[in-house]
Design a binder for this molecule. Structure first.
Ligand SMILES: Cc1cc2nc3c(=O)[nH]c(=O)nc-3n(C[C@H](O)[C@H](O)[C@H](O)COP(=O)(O)OP(=O)(O)OC[C@H]3O[C@@H](n4cnc5c(N)ncnc54)[C@H](O)[C@@H]3O)c2cc1C
Length: 417
């Protein structure tokens, strides 16, 4: 008798896998260590759908920029120096990957994954009841200095050349297109295929839909061990007991490496911590989501609220909040949006989340050679929300023996083995 597919992790990736498998008539059990109202990186993120992000994190210039930021306590990037072999090995692999030829190889894959995901988001909007505040007006890359605008305009030309359309806008043109908002900028790039949404609403909708389609979600079910049988997994051993399956999908975000370490599987990954705050009564409500390019801060309207977030701290699986970096985000935000004050954030709770970051900036997607029936769907770094739907589709296609909707390269889960 078929025991179905067991998915570990109830973030956007695990839920998207469950949804697509159920659509194909598979039976699904999803294991989540948290309670029904649990937090995850998929909830408090900036909600951006990003075909503009066709360059992986490991790119030329990133190491030098990271080193420069290391010495500023309010900067958007920090690595906590520690004697940890996994961290040093990750850093070495990052440095090796940060080459132009790696970027060239990854560009078409990331572009196609993001564009296919965008199509699925549009289908979700048509098919899932209730909506999730999806807006397809595009993303603004805001520049405060002429130097940054020149740099971004050169990037925009590259984007156009690879099929990601952009427009270079003067400050006056940005104000004309979004008249209710003050912008203190030199200009912006508009990525017309980017979009934004409210991730909390999306996750709630997908959770309801998985249940409606007959999926079983077990909460408080942390996978602690595995029962193996001749090169395959027979059951996940959880805090709720054993759960047997025919196929297993690992979608446990930043916790993925530790969940499978007992199986002898090594997936290089570091958690990249970020923060966000949600203003429920913002002084102004921009129409566009935006990236503040010099500061690396993300700003997203979600319904009538405004979410402001950023930073990448490599400090282990540690969700503690560093107030200096949160201050850095707030200070940068009011420079670009001068109608706001840093005191607007005083009583607003700070959310923190852990991005699952492989060293080469590419997700782990597919079946591992280490176990016949284990599929990896993790490591989406800064674009897990954007890539969640296409990841679900691809995992379901692979498990069901269908051709994948996107040609895959550079995502082999065993590439660092
Ligand atoms: C500040 C910030 C802004 C961001 N903005 C964007 C954005 O605009 N666009 C974008 O695309 N991405 C964005 N991201 C990245 C995105 O949020 C992540 O890539 C994405 O949420 C990862 O999803 P996931 O499902 O892989 O992991 P998670 O959401 O972390 O889910 C993993 C789940 O697995 C569960 N789990 C872990 N271990 C176990 C276990 N042993 N047993 C059972 N369950 C387990 C966890 O409890 C968790 O619920 C942002 C991230 C941050 C921090």
């Amino acid at each position: 008798m078929s025991k179905g597919v067991v998915i570990v992790g109830g973030g956007i990736v695990g839920l998207s896998c469950a949804y697509e498998l159920l659509r194909r008539g598979q039976s699904v059990t999803l294991l989540e260590k948290g309670k029904p109202n649990h937090d995850s990186c998929s909830l408090g993120n900036a909600g951006m759908i990003v075909p503009s992000h066709f360059v992986p994190l490991a790119a030329p210039g990133m190491v030098a920029m990271g080193l420069k930021w290391m010495f500023n306590p309010e900067s958007p990037f920090w690595i906590r120096p520690r004697l940890d072999a996994a961290l040093w090995s990750w850093g070495w692999k990052f440095w090796q990957a940060a080459q132009a030829k790696h970027v060239a190889a990854c560009t078409p894959v990331l572009r196609d994954l993001n564009l296919r995901s965008r199509e699925i988001f549009l289908r979700h909007q048509r098919e899932l009841p209730g909506g999730f505040d999806l807006s397809t007006v595009g993303l603004l890359a805001l520049c405060r200095t002429a130097q940054a605008l020149e740099h971004e305009a050169a990037f925009a030309a590259k984007a156009n050349a690879v099929g990601v359309p952009t427009e270079v806008l003067s400050a006056a043109e940005v104000r004309r297109r979004d008249p209710g908002v003050d912008y203190a900028i030199e200009g912006a790039i508009l990525f017309t295929k980017d979009a934004h949404l409210d991730p909390r609403k999306l996750v709630a909708l997908l959770t309801a839909e998985v249940t409606r389609l007959g999926g079983r979600i077990l909460y408080d079910a942390e996978v602690k061990h595995w029962r193996q049988n001749g090169g395959a997994i027979a059951a996940a051993v959880t805090t709720q007991g054993e759960v047997e399956g025919d196929q297993f999908v690992l979608a446990a975000g930043a916790w993925s490496p530790e969940v499978v370490s007992e199986l002898g599987l090594r997936i290089p990954m570091q958690a990249g911590k970020g923060y966000s705050q949600r203003l429920t009564q913002p002084r102004q409500l921009p129409k566009f989501c935006s990236l503040l390019m010099e500061a690396r801060v993300a700003v997203t309207p979600m319904g009538s609220s405004l979410t402001v977030g950023g930073t990448m701290e490599i400090t282990g699986n540690d969700l503690r909040v560093n107030p200096a970096r949160v201050r850095g985000i707030q200070k940068a935000f009011v420079q670009y949006y001068p109608a706001f004050k840093t005191t607007d954030f005083t009583e607003v709770p700070v959310w923190s989340g852990l991005r699952p970051c492989p060293p080469d900036g590419m997700p782990y997607l597919g079946r591992t050679r280490a176990q016949r029936n284990l599929w990896l769907a993790t490591g989406h770094s800064m674009m897990g929300l954007s890539l969640g739907p296409v990841t679900g589709e691809i995992v379901a296609q692979m498990i069901c023996g269908e051709a994948t909707s996107v040609e895959l390269r550079g995502v082999d889960p065993d590439r660092h083995a």
